[in-house]
Design a protein around this ligand. Structure first.
Ligand code: V47
Ligand code: SF4
Length: 386
């Protein structure tokens, strides 16, 4: 049997009919060298699924061995009322006709937190629509009340879209606004609202909310204040390969500068009940290719996350062989954004046992983590792993 040291990925790929240019990329990956934007484009244009999977798995294996992370978290969605009009959104209700929208009171949200008293959750994820009456003061109070009630709970909350709106209304600079949230107890930002940064696409799908530079500035400022954040891409609609590469490249550059991103989360566009329903959804093959290319291109992001409530359990499980090392949380059934957009996961709850079985079935080791990827518990070794 060949030892791990003797195994060469690029040598193994020679003679398989793969082009010289793609083999050069394999060699770079093997030698831990960064690939260029042009090489990223080539992977999207010419990279065959098995080839991409081999490269992405090689990188994930080097970084994480056989481990796949998950965390125990729950979501609070304060409202689905939103002042913005993103065409891909199936979830929001416009502020002006908000009869079928919901708005939770401070007490209702604190009750949701209390419901988890004594349960081993480590994180609360707060994200929702942009409601003009739920301002910075209101949310800082919510954050500090959650912290006072349960200091050990990590609070990850508010997309750059929500924050940008709140800071403007409060007439605060990004730094002043972020400081206020940090002082209240906010610890991390989720990755939502990034969509596609390139203005040609952004103007078509979500013209009225914060632009790409504004999103990046909020995350950079959070990083400078010592907070960690996530990054997303909304893929599989009108964007072209070059827009995906541009998006990933901007994130890669910021990560070089700050090192503050925890993970990258590709979000597959779902087409039910929104203004982009005429656009067909991508095939699973295209999903897997994108995950693998993300792992190869974003060389300074340690963690690549598949958000299973949106992708579906089976596709999410497949991504584990295409560079993904994180499956988000064992969340309860309060997350509506994807079930409303057409994900097959109408009630996205999965017990720790179900999630572990899903990971073990592809020969990986489930590891519970906290928000900052500290390992909390390693579950039993998979039977398939040697
Ligand atoms: O920004 C909205 C996306 C995002 C649709 O940071 C859609 O840990 C697909 O960012 N089809 C919000 N996607 C959710 C989000 C997130 C989720 C899980 C974990 C984390 C994290 C962040 O949802 C939005 C938008 O990109 N979205 N509509 C749709 N029809
Ligand atoms: Fe509002 Fe977010 Fe929906 Fe856009 S994606 S309309 S910002 S809730």
């Amino acid at each position: 049997m060949m030892s791990t040291e003797a195994f060469s990925l690029s040598v193994a790929l020679k003679g398989t009919g793969i082009s010289k240019e793609l083999l050069q990329i394999a060699e770079k990956v093997e030698h831990q060298q960064r690939i260029t934007e042009a090489e990223g484009m080539l992977l999207f244009e010419k990279g065959e699924l098995g080839f991409l999977g081999a490269l992405a798995s090689h990188i994930a294996g080097r970084l994480h061995h056989n481990k796949v992370y998950f965390n125990r978290n729950f979501h609070i969605e304060p409202t689905n009322v939103c002042v913005f009009t993103c065409n891909f959104c199936s979830y929001s209700r416009l502020y002006k006709n908000r009869d079928d929208g919901w708005e939770l009171s401070m007490e209702q949200m604190l009750d949701m937190v209390r419901k988890y008293d004594g349960q081993p959750v480590t994180e609360v994820h707060i994200v929702g629509g942009v409601h003009p009456k739920m301002n910075l003061e209101f949310f800082c109070e919510l954050v500090s009340k959650i912290k006072a009630h349960r200091p050990d709970l990590h609070i990850k909350g508010f997309t750059a879209v929500e924050l940008d709106y709140m800071f403007r209304k409060a007439k605060l600079s990004v730094e002043e606004g972020m400081m206020k949230f940090k002082e209240a107890g906010l610890q991390s930002l989720p990755g939502g609202g990034a969509e596609i940064f390139h203005p040609d696409v952004r103007m078509e799908i979500c013209a009225d909310k914060v632009d790409g530079d504004g999103w990046l500035l909020i995350h950079e400022t959070a990083h400078k204040l010592g907070m960690h954040t996530n990054a997303t891409i909304l893929y599989g609609h009108i964007e072209k390969y070059e827009h995906r590469i541009d998006h990933m490249s901007r994130l890669r550059n910021l990560q070089d500068k700050t090192g503050g991103f925890n993970c990258f989360i590709p979000l597959k566009f779902r087409n039910k009940d929104n203004d982009m329903s005429n656009i067909p959804e991508l095939s699973v093959v295209e999903d897997l290719r994108l995950y693998a290319i993300s792992r190869i291109f974003m060389d300074n992001f340690r963690n690549l996350k598949a958000y299973w409530p949106m992708l579906g359990r089976q596709s999410a499980q497949l991504t584990l062989s295409f560079g993904v090392n994180d499956l988000d949380g064992t969340i309860d059934d309060t997350t509506k954004i994807y079930s409303m957009a057409g994900s097959e996961e109408q009630s996205p709850a999965m017990s720790t046992e179900n999630l572990c079985d899903l990971i073990l079935a592809v020969g990986k080791i489930p590891v519970e983590r906290d928000t900052l990827y500290n390992e909390l518990k390693v579950y039993k070794e998979p039977e398939l792993a040697h």
